[in-house]
Design a protein around this ligand. Structure first.
Ligand code: AMP
Ligand code: GLY
Length: 433
């Protein structure tokens, strides 16, 4: 096969570094562009950053046309929810991800909840509100603990797990009265607090058929033991032992298949990566916490380290509606990634701090995927975000992968940087109350 395809990856996080790294390994690929990319993608062989923001859809279409890009893969939700796929398609360009209407599954929690109710997909009981008094009355009637969610995209910050009524009422006031979450909070979803263990479930979808990716789990809380505020994810591993073949069959039957069927029936056929955030109860019942219309970050980093197949072949099969009969090959090994975050994250943090990585590991069983990093004009690696990088390792068991990932992080210096020390340890993510 000749190297003739140019691929564009949209985004700048760890997920996009992992996508670029994986795609660059394909024998089909001449060049991988990442817009806007990060310090890691700038240094990756065969990969080139393009200085266009992930939400500058016009600029991205123009670039794809000029650079002869044969396929664009969209990493983050914002451009998907803003309709990037529709715009690329109207320009006659291949772009992998759901159309704007289908991306509402992530873009509007109220839409997602209505969709689930309509199609009998298990999820927490809920009601949506735009009126503060109505919301307050409802919350007072059902009492705490209760979960309050801003309807729209809020970068992982729009979910308040309220253990008492005062917290719930304050969250409702912040969203519906004070406008703290902007338009994302002008509708709120009030929902039942679910118990159990969380897992991510991610699949490729071609409009009709589902090709599950390897199972994975991330750690959303900032601190060891599942404590502290929610983050975008502090580490992840694959496979997730919780997802036994029996549970996986149930997730497919009760969640993924009805979701894909329901979207098609509603005239919104879903093409792209589909991610269900699930709470699995003690008796093994999966319920949907949220949908994402994209790959998870940092789940992608361990998942792609385990993927043997050419990702482009899988994406092509999805775009051509041929996922039925397509199989993905996975390494038997376990992959685990630990996120190094900037001091202060998920609150405010400093940017522009120098990062020193002792030596970029040469081994193929460990990789430092960059997220919030950039190269200065003179080639210095600087911090540029809250989640800075994710050291990801592959080993025969989870202990080996954890050991290598942490040993790699020991060689990374960033002032005030921090990471959880218990990624992938059993029972460390029990729901607190
Ligand atoms: P979401 O963005 O909706 O996935 O929410 C972020 C995180 O909040 C989830 O990963 C869960 O840890 C937690 N969460 C959200 N909804 C609920 C719920 N109904 N019950 C318990 N925890 C929840
Ligand atoms: N790691 C969670 C997410 O990507 O939404």
């Amino acid at each position: 096969m000749t190297r003739e395809e140019n691929i564009l990856i949209v985004g700048s996080g760890g997920r996009e570094h992992a996508l670029a790294w994986k795609v660059a390994q394909s024998p089909r690929v001449a060049r991988v562009y990442v817009a806007p990319g990060n310090g890691g993608t700038a240094l990756e062989p065969g990969v080139e950053n393009v200085d266009i923001a992930a939400t500058d859809i016009h600029g991205l279409v123009e670039f794809a046309e000029q650079a002869g890009v044969s396929l664009t893969i969209v990493g983050p939700e914002a451009p998907l929810v803003a309709g990037i796929v529709d715009r690329f398609r109207s320009a006659g360009l291949r772009c992998f991800g759901p159309r704007q209407e289908a991306a509402r599954l992530e873009g509007s929690k109220a839409f997602a909840k209505e969709f689930m109710a309509k199609h009998g997909i298990p999820t927490a009981a809920h009601r949506s509100f735009t009126d503060l008094d109505a919301a307050l009355n409802y919350v007072r009637a059902i009492g705490a603990p209760v979960v309050i969610k801003a309807d729209g995209l809020a970068a992982g910050k729009g979910v308040i797990l309220a253990e008492d009524l005062a917290t719930a009422e304050a969250a409702l006031r912040d969203m519906l009265d004070e406008g703290k979450f902007g338009s994302a909070g002008s509708t709120v979803v009030v929902e039942e607090w679910l118990r159990g263990e969380e897992t991510s479930y991610i699949a490729l979808v071609d409009g009709e058929h589902i090709l599950p990716l390897a199972s994975s789990k991330d750690h959303k809380a900032r601190d060891d033991g599942g404590r502290g505020p929610n983050t975008g994810g502090m580490g992840a591993y694959s496979p997730a032992p919780l997802v036994t073949p029996a549970l996986e069959a149930r997730i497919l039957r009760e969640v993924m298949e009805p979701t894909v069927r329901g979207l098609a029936a509603d005239g919104l056929p879903y093409l792209g990566f589909l991610y269900a955030g699930l709470m699995v109860s003690d008796d093994g019942e999966p319920k949907v916490l949220e949908y994402n219309c994209r790959l998870g970050d940092p789940e992608t980093q361990p998942i792609l380290m385990r993927l043997e197949s050419d990702l482009l072949d899988l994406i092509d099969a999805a775009l051509d509606g041929k996922l039925r009969g397509t199989e993905a090959r996975w390494r038997e090994q376990v992959a685990l990634g630990v996120v190094l975050a900037a001091g202060g994250y998920p609150g405010g943090y400093e940017k522009g701090l120098p990062i020193h990585i002792a030596s970029e590991p040469a081994a193929t069983d460990v990789k430092v995927f960059h997220a919030g990093t950039r190269l200065s004009d003179d080639g210095e690696l600087l911090s540029a975000g809250g989640r800075v990088l994710c050291a990801t390792a592959l080993a025969n068991d989870i202990d080996g992968a954890r050991e290598t990932a942490y040993a790699t992080l020991k060689g990374v210096a960033l002032r005030d940087g921090f990471y959880r020390t218990d990624i992938g340890r059993a029972g460390n993510e029990t729901q607190q109350l």
